[in-house]
Design a protein around this ligand. Sequence first.
Ligand SMILES: Cc1ncc(COP(=O)(O)O)c(C=O)c1O
Length: 425
Amino acid sequence: MMTLVDMSKHELEQLLHELKSKYNGYKSKNLKLDMSRGKPAPEQLEYCEEMLYCLNGNFKSENGIDVRNYGIPDGIPEAKRLFAQILDVDPANVIVGGNSSLSLMFDITSNAYLKGVLPGMKPWSTVEHPKFLCPVPGYDRHFSVTQFFGIEMINIPMDEQGPNMDLVEKLVADDDSIKGIWCVPKYSNPSGVTYSESVVKRLGALKPAAKDFRIFCDNAYVVHHLDINNQDKLYNIYQACVEGGNEDMVYLFTSTSKITFPGSGVCAMAASPANIEYTRKLLSIKTIGYNKVNQLLHVRYLQDINGVSALMERQASSVRPKFTMVQQVLNKELADLGCANWSNPNGGYFVSFDTMPGCAKRVHRLCAEAGVTLTTAGATYPYGIDPADGNIRIAPTYPPVSDLEIAMELLALVVKIVSIEKLLA
Ligand SMILES: Cc1ncc(COP(=O)(O)O)c(C=O)c1O
C-alpha cells in the first residue's frame, strides 16, 4: 500500500472525498463516547468489590490498634509491609497515606516549596526561578502541581529507554535552580515506556548542582502488566540512588487506584530514612492520621504481593482485550500510510499516539464533533503546549470493547482526513 506522501494530488483529493463522506456517516450516529481519562471499566471495580466486606467486625491492626480510631499517622504496619513489597523497599522507609498519591506528591512539593526538602535546606520558594524537568509526553496532573507553585517546567524528550539522560545530566549539573524531575518509570503515562536499567542507574548517579534536587518517581503502574508472562522489568530506583551515593534524592509514590478503587484506594510513598522522618513530621501537622479502615481492608483482602498479582491478572483480563483492539484497528487502518506512530506497551493505562506535526488539535476537535472525546491535545505537555501539536493520549480501559472499536475506527478515519488536508495545504 502507498503512503499518503507517495500519492498524487488527485489521488489524495479523491481519497479525502471518500473519507469525509464516511466521517459524516459517523456524525449522524450521534455517538457519545468519553475516552478522555484513564479509568478502570465498571467490571474492574466489581473484581475487588468483596474487599469492602472482608473486615468481618475485626477492626484491630496487627499491633492491636483499633483502626476506627485516631492514631498511627504514617500507616498501620501491615500496610507498610504491603507497599514495601509493591515498591521493593524496606517497610521502615514507607509512609502509607490516604486515597491519592497525587495529593501526597502535592504535599511533598508544597513542603519543599514552603519549608525545604530537609531541615536546614532553603525552601524552593526562596529561589528566584525554581525549575523542574518534565519528561514528555507525560502526565498532565504532575505538570499542574509544579505549575501551581510557579515552578518553571522544562521539556525532556522521552525515547524507548526513558528520558534523554544526556540532557538531564547536563541540565542538572549546570543549574542549581533545577529542583526536581517528574518520572513515571514503569509503563509511563502515556507512552507505556519502562525506563531501562541504564537510565535508572544514570538517574541514581546524577550529580545535581542543587543539593535539594529530588526525583519524583511516580510508580503508579508498577504492577499493571497486560500479560503476567510478558512483563517489563524495572531496576530498583531507590537502590540506584543508594548506589549512586544519592540516598536522599528520590521520593517513590504509588497507590492502589488502578489496583482496587480509584479515588477510594490507598496510597504510599517511600524514601530514605531522613526523608521519611521529616515527611512524617510535616504530614502529622496536616493530619492526625489517614483512613486506616481502608488500609486494613486493603491488606486483609490483598494480603501480600502475591494477592496483588492475582488481582492484577484479573484486572488484565479486562484491560488486555482493549489494548489489543487499539492495536488491531490502528494497524489495519494506519500502519502503511506513514502518517502516524503509536506505542504498543506491555502495561499501564495508555497508548501514546503521534500524528504528523500540526495535526493533533484538529484530530481532537473532529473526533469530539463526531461524539468521541479524547484527552485534550497538548495535555501531555507542560502548560498544555505540545510544540509539535502531534501527541494524543489514548485511554482504552473504560469503554466496552465494542465502543472502543468504533472510537478507534473514528480516530483512524479522522487522522487520515487531517493528514491529507495537511498534505494538500
Ligand atoms: C502517573 C499517574 N500518577 C498518579 C495518578 C493518580 O493517582 P492517585 O489516584 O493515587 O492520586 C495517575 C492517574 O491517572 C497517573 O496516571
